[in-house]
Ligand binder design. Structure first.
Ligand code: SF4
Length: 466
């Protein structure tokens, strides 16, 4: 089945499905864990303010910090490459692998590699790329796509994974999580040993030392970055902080916000390739710093979204994400953060409708460890979509009419009375079960409160002084 192009089309396909419900349950667990971790950490609010200051300061000095990072990393033998867009980033990685004769690469989870579709590009030039994060490994084996930035297979059941491992790896069926892990570990161990190159993302780059930091929970990041002879780390150009003090603050809030852990299980720090006498580590370390639309975002009204540390907390509390899951967004970056990042990186066409995938309830901003003002940026993008004439004609005409009515007290009062009368045939016990016309999508999946018979203003006027 071809992928519906609009958010509404994708959402309609997903609403009420087992997949969406599995994601809803998974993110609820994450949100509960996050709440518990935060309430047990009294300095969280203070660190949140500091994280915001650190990240915004990093964005304000991006050019200087990236230059400093490149100088420091070069001093310790690493190589830094700057890519203006996805095509250039892919060419750089392809060039490194070609020069070093790499035919098999292991990869740890990297959103930016998915953003630039690196696996497809390398596949076309004959390099086999194997995902080593368990979730990404399952997604790759199944030919699926991730449904959550932290937990890519949140939409899968362990029974489904058991069947997949039986059909694709020839393993004896089991749905025991420990045994499934063991099957994946055994399969991947040999691939790690044979791999020529390791490809990773970067959670943070530290300018003062030229280090890249990678946090994982599975240890696959450590093997990916140290076992093969070449390590290529991909980072969006905004992933930089000035120094280790700043990095420590960001790491304190990252895992708590993401999964409710105090700290991720593995925090890997890489400062250059293997030195003489080192027992392990790659012979070459390359860091590819990718722009791919970020400079344009930085120059516009949604620049603050580049301060995001990709914890996923805003996804976990978003009522829209909870109802449809990550696949509803049709792209690598989902949820409230993705609704801003995606049109910024990939353009408004066809992603202009993602900023409308929000109730603007503000839960995302409340949990964001960077205090990113997500709802106001969603509104900015909606304003832009409207000014570019992207809204359907019925919606634009309807909103114009609504604005006219709502700004005239007499018309507004008359409209409310009519709304109450017209809704009567579709309502029972104060709720509308079915709304006809363009708004019917609302009641396909939930009820809508019936407009009150008497407005508050009317009630006040009748009852004040009584
Ligand atoms: S916008 Fe905030 S809450 Fe959402 S992923 Fe980024 S840092 Fe986390």
């Amino acid at each position: 089945m071809s992928q519906p192009v609009s958010f509404l089309g994708r959402a309609e396909r997903l609403l009420g499905t087992d997949e969406a419900e599995a994601v809803g349950r998974g993110v609820s667990r994450f949100a509960t864990n996050r709440d518990q971790a935060v309430s047990a950490f009294p300095v969280m609010e203070e660190l949140r303010d500091r994280t915001r200051t650190i990240r915004l300061r990093s964005l304000a000095h991006l050019d200087r910090l990236l230059a400093e990072f490149a100088d420091r990393l070069t001093e310790v033998g690493g190589q830094v490459h700057f890519a203006a867009d996805a095509a250039e980033a892919n060419e750089i990685v392809a060039g490194i692998l070609e020069r070093t004769g790499a035919k098999l690469a292991v990869k740890s989870k990297s959103m930016v590699s998915e953003e630039i579709e690196l696996n497809d590009h390398l596949g076309q030039m004959g390099v086999r790329v194997v995902e080593t994060d368990l979730g990404e490994f399952i997604v790759q084996l199944a030919g699926d796509t991730p449904s959550h930035i932290i937990a890519p297979v949140m939409h899968w059941t362990r029974q489904g994974v058991g069947e997949l491992f039986t059909s694709k790896l020839g393993a004896e069926y089991t749905d025991d999580p420990g045994e499934l892990n063991e099957i994946a570990r055994e399969h991947l161990r040999q691939i790690f040993l044979e791999a020529d190159a390791g490809i990773s993302g970067v959670n943070l780059a530290v300018a003062e030392s030229g280090s890249v930091v990678l946090v994982t929970n599975e240890g696959n990041g450590r093997l990916t970055t140290t076992a093969p002879r070449v390590h290529v780390a991909l980072m969006g150009m905004e992933r930089i902080v000035a120094n280790w003090q700043d990095a420590a603050v960001v790491l304190e809030v990252l895992a708590r916000s993401a999964t409710g852990q105090n700290l991720s299980v593995y925090t890997n720090v890489m400062t250059g390739p293997r030195r003489p006498g080192d027992p392990d580590g790659p012979e070459e370390l390359h860091v590819v710093v990718i722009d791919n639309g970020r400079s344009d975002i930085l120059a516009g009204p949604t620049a603050e979204i580049l301060a995001c540390i990709r914890c996923g907390a805003c996804l976990n509390v978003c009522p829209v994400f909870r109802s449809v899951g990550g696949h509803g967004y049709g792209t690598v970056y989902s949820g409230p953060m993705g609704a801003i990042v995606t049109p910024g990186i990939f353009g408004m066409e066809p992603w202009w409708d993602l900023p409308y995938a929000s109730t603007l309830c503000g839960a995302c901003e409340e949990v964001c460890p960077v205090g990113i003002q997500i709802p106001s940026m969603l509104l900015e993008l909606r304003k832009r979509a409207a000014s570019e004439g992207r809204l359907p004609g019925w919606l634009e005409a309807g909103m114009r009419r609504y604005a006219r009515t709502a700004s005239r007290p007499t018309s507004w009062s008359r409209a409310k009375k009519w709304a109450s009368r017209l809704s009567a045939p579709f309502s029972s016990r104060g709720w509308m079960r079915r709304i006809p016309g363009p708004a019917r999508g609302w009641t396909d999946h939930r009820d809508f409160p019936r407009p009150a018979k008497e407005s508050f203003a009317q009630w006040w006027s009748d009852n004040r002084g009584s």
